[in-house]
Design a binder for this molecule. Sequence first.
Ligand code: ATP
Ligand code: MG
Length: 207
Amino acid sequence: MSSNDDREQRHNQRMARKKEVVDAAIAAATDKRGVLVVNTGNGKGKSSAAFGMVARALGHGQRVAVVQFIKGRSDTGEEAFFQQYALQQPERLVWQVCGEGFTWETQDLARDQATAAAAWQVALRYLSDPAYDLVVLDELTYLFKYRWLDLDAAIASLQARPPLQHVAITGRAAPEALIAAADTVSEINVVKHAFKAGIAAQPGVDY
Ligand code: ATP
Ligand code: MG
């Protein structure tokens, strides 16, 4: 047998073993229920991954609600794209921006808390409606960081949501208790970011 045949045989055996392991894992994963996904960390890709899930869910004919808790800028491509979709198919997608009242500069705590509470009420509407298959809570973690929203109460509401409803939460520094309550958690770390090299935020990449 040539060394190439030998390599091929070993490769095929490895792949067969791998397939057995993967097939067994797939067969064992029989639970079907809504999952709580958290995308956190300082690297780029938290919100865009959640919006990828929105596209995925809509592609499957699911009903989706997006609540944005902090409005960074008003000209994002994702908002333009999905608002257009929401306009055409309002029964399939709602996209609600709630963070416009936050005041980083004035640090008016009472006002910020009131804005956060109102935004959370918007989220609760979707989190209590089983008609929504996916609820995205974009940049929610900042409300915990600044203590504008009670963490335990928020987690209790997340856990009381309809059993088949998926939720995706994004934002840096997700609190431990939220990570513990979630089913799927990704921490996206920075290896490099173009902004640090002086490259301005690019449409289609950064917003
Ligand atoms: P994206 O919306 O691209 O998925 P994100 O949600 O992970 O990013 P945010 O912290 O919400 O990140 O910041 C949003 C904006 O800041 C985006 O324009 C993103 O490219 C940029 N950004 C994200 N991470 C970094 C970083 N480490 N340094 C500089 N800019 C960043
Ligand atoms: Mg984000």
